[in-house]
Write a protein that binds this ligand. Sequence first.
Ligand code: FAD
Ligand code: NAP
Length: 339
Amino acid sequence: MSGQWQQHVSLKPYNTFGIDVKARYFTEVHSDDEVRQALARASEQGVPVLVVGGGSNLLLTGDIQALVMRMASRGLRILSDDGERVVVEAEAGEPWHPFVQWSLAQGLAGLENLSLIPGTVGAAPMQNIGAYGVEIKDVFAGLTALDRETGELRDFSLEECAFAYRDSLFKRHPGRWLILRVRFALSRVMHAHLEYGPVRQRLSEQGVSQPTAQNVSDAICSIRREKLPDPLELGNAGSFFKNPVVAAVLAEKIRLQYPGLVAYPQADGQFKLAAGWLIEQAGWKGHREGDAGVHRLQSLVLVNYGQASGVQLHQLAQKIQADILERFGVELEMEPNLY
Ligand code: FAD
Ligand code: NAP
């Protein structure tokens, strides 16, 4: 299908919520040349372009009157290896978890806490993907992106990406930068990040006291398979809200009323609250409105039981946001990208 544009294509297989909207045009691109050709043709015809990867962080609320361009470029390579620090590069269309597995098979540590996250390498910098105390900024060594305004290629350093909690320069300027490939600095020496209780607990249950990167990855995969719905079985986009970071005064105020408040102190004196805990306390866990619902085990995950539309899921999300604001005085910010 290289280079071809299909018309009126259902995006149901291309977003993990499984929302059945149509793309006016759809194409898959496998190389920089195909990216440039598709963008040039779209520009000639005055068609807007929406770039997608695995569709695991999208909430589609209607037909997309644009060219949906799915990144399908492949390639994994080692750029340098000094015996300890190894820089690897992956093309944007590489699926994330197989890339993590490839790095582990090379004997490289660094990505193990980010195991089993859906999606592609190219989308990972968008929200600085993170899990179990590691974000890609911690192992990031650069990326190459196409500036859609000028058509020029540009290399970005760590500082230039302005990574923050589930955020980056690219997320703040949607549509400007098309990420083509990403580089990571990995290590032949394991520096374990085991701050998150469930990971330590799972390893100790397995009798592992000196974990390898593969051990940590396996433990995290097993925890995630137990806790998170598989999008192939139940449509979802992972965590639907970011964990809010609030002033210490507000965290204390909430704790007076809810002594079990889950709050993590931040370096700047603020507190990160577990959004899932707030939603559960407010009684939303397992709540269902038609086919849109809050997962029965994980309150942070909104799910599509089959035929929910993006609008219905968005409406449910807005009700939750309003309720959490009223009860706790906390604003919840949506994590998936809304189109
Ligand atoms: P898409 O959903 O296709 O796109 C996301 C955004 O990036 C869109 O705005 C799109 O336009 C843009 N984009 C995509 N590719 C490119 C590109 N090459 N260049 C420029 N822009 C691009 N996230 C976490 O951070 N941590 C987790 O632990 C985590 N767990 C998850 C678990 C489940 C079950 C699910 C369903 C999701 C989870 N997510 C998690 C969210 C999601 O998987 C990640 O955000 C992932 O990086 C999205 O990748 P994608 O390829 O699917 O992006
Ligand atoms: P959890 O272990 O039930 O913990 C709830 C929240 O508390 C997490 O979101 C996490 O925040 C925070 N937390 C837990 N232990 C912490 C610690 N030691 N220090 C600082 N913060 C801590 O979380 P979960 O829902 O099962 O998810 C586990 C990990 O996978 C989390 O890192 C989560 O972000 C990630 N995840 C992300 C998505 C997504 O779509 N974005 C989906 C599933 C899982 P943080 O989120 O800031 O880490």
